[in-house]
Design a binder for this molecule. Structure first.
Ligand SMILES: O=C(NO)[C@]12CC[C@H](CC1)C2
Ligand SMILES: [Ca+2]
Ligand SMILES: [Zn+2]
Length: 305
């Protein structure tokens, strides 16, 4: 038997070439990455073949050159999952979403023209988009980071996916999406409306530009979208924008990770989040630090007491 970890080459959703950690077994190559210190866990990518059965079948290739057009979503889901794994391990000393080296499984080509992506409690799932609203959704690093952060949140704070705790859940995923892709304040710009340039799904710097509030006074009380979790996330997102703009990414990501994994709870609301982030800032930089004051100012500016 000649099974082996191999290195392949692939084309991503946006036509870019990237190097892939693959696996060769019995004459076939797999999107199966055994190179991470996951004590048995792997990063593995599958295709639902445009149906709904999960996880589907492993993505395979005959020659380890993953360049077919129908492999682009597979390539990016696999590659970006590895990038996000490395980020949590190297920046926060967290070994996968469970901090115990759990395998990260992604399935692409879910259903047909599916304009969404989600963490189903066990794995990531990505639609191909309809080509107008979305390109294949694994093509954006900030989207992949958004999804994997839902898994981290589920295993740590456990923020209930409704009302203010749900909006915080969403915001944490958008904020870590920024930490992975800090080139802009937009979320999903690499896959959103492929025929239109410069737009995104949401903006941390200007939530209003995509119909989100950025102040508590404009909190939207609604029963739709689990109490507006994708709408009211604009408020904590704007606070994050102020915080990052003031203290920088390096300190902000430490504060956010500590708050998420140490202080937030399933029913935390926006005010609890302000306290959690202030406690984290105090722990890390002192309660008289400019960093602490910047976090306080950010949440004061969005009207959260
Ligand atoms: O916000 C989200 N999920 O909670 C989105 C919706 C479109 C992108 C992929 C998943 C972001
Ligand atoms: Ca982005
Ligand atoms: Zn989300």
């Amino acid at each position: 038997v000649t099974d082996a970890a191999t290195t392949g080459r692939g084309t991503g959703v946006n036509g870019d070439t990237k190097t892939l950690n693959t696996y060769f077994s019995n004459g076939t190559y797999y999107l199966y990455d055994t190179t991470k210190p996951m004590s048995g866990g792997v990063i593995q990518t599958a295709t639902a073949q445009n149906r709904s059965t999960l996880p589907g079948v492993y993505s395979t290739d005959a020659d380890n050159a993953w360049t077919a057009s129908n492999q682009r979503a597979d390539v990016d889901a696999h590659y970006y999952a590895g990038v996000v794994y490395d980020y949590y391990y190297n920046t926060h000393n967290r070994n996968s979403y469970d901090n115990r080296g759990a395998s990260i499984t992604s399935t692409v080509h879910y259903q047909t023209n599916y304009n969404n992506a989600f963490w189903n409690g066990s794995q990531m799932v990505y639609g191909d988009g309809d080509g107008t609203t979305f390109a294949p959704l694994s093509g954006a690093l900030d989207v992949v980071a958004h999804e994997i952060t839902h898994a981290v949140t589920e295993r740590t704070a456990g923020l209930q996916y409704q009302n203010q705790s749900g909006a915080l859940n969403e915001s944490m995923s958008d904020v870590f999406g920024y930490f992975l892709d800090p080139n802009d304040w937009l979320l999903g710009e690499d896959v959103y409306t492929p025929k239109v340039s410069g737009d995104g799904l949401r903006s941390l710097s200007n939530p209003e530009s995509y119909g989100q509030p950025s102040t508590m006074s404009n909190y939207v009380n609604t029963t739709s979208d689990n109490g507006g979790v994708h709408i009211n996330s604009g408020i904590p997102n704007k606070a994050a924008y102020y915080t990052i703009s003031s203290i920088g990414k390096a300190q902000a990501e430490k504060i956010y990770y500590r708050a998420l994994t140490t202080y937030l709870t399933p029913t935390s609301n926006f005010s609890n989040a302000k306290s959690a982030l202030l406690q984290a800032a105090s722990d890390l930089y002192g309660s008289n630090s400019s960093t602490y004051n910047a976090v306080k100012s950010a949440w004061d500016r969005v009207g959260v007491n």
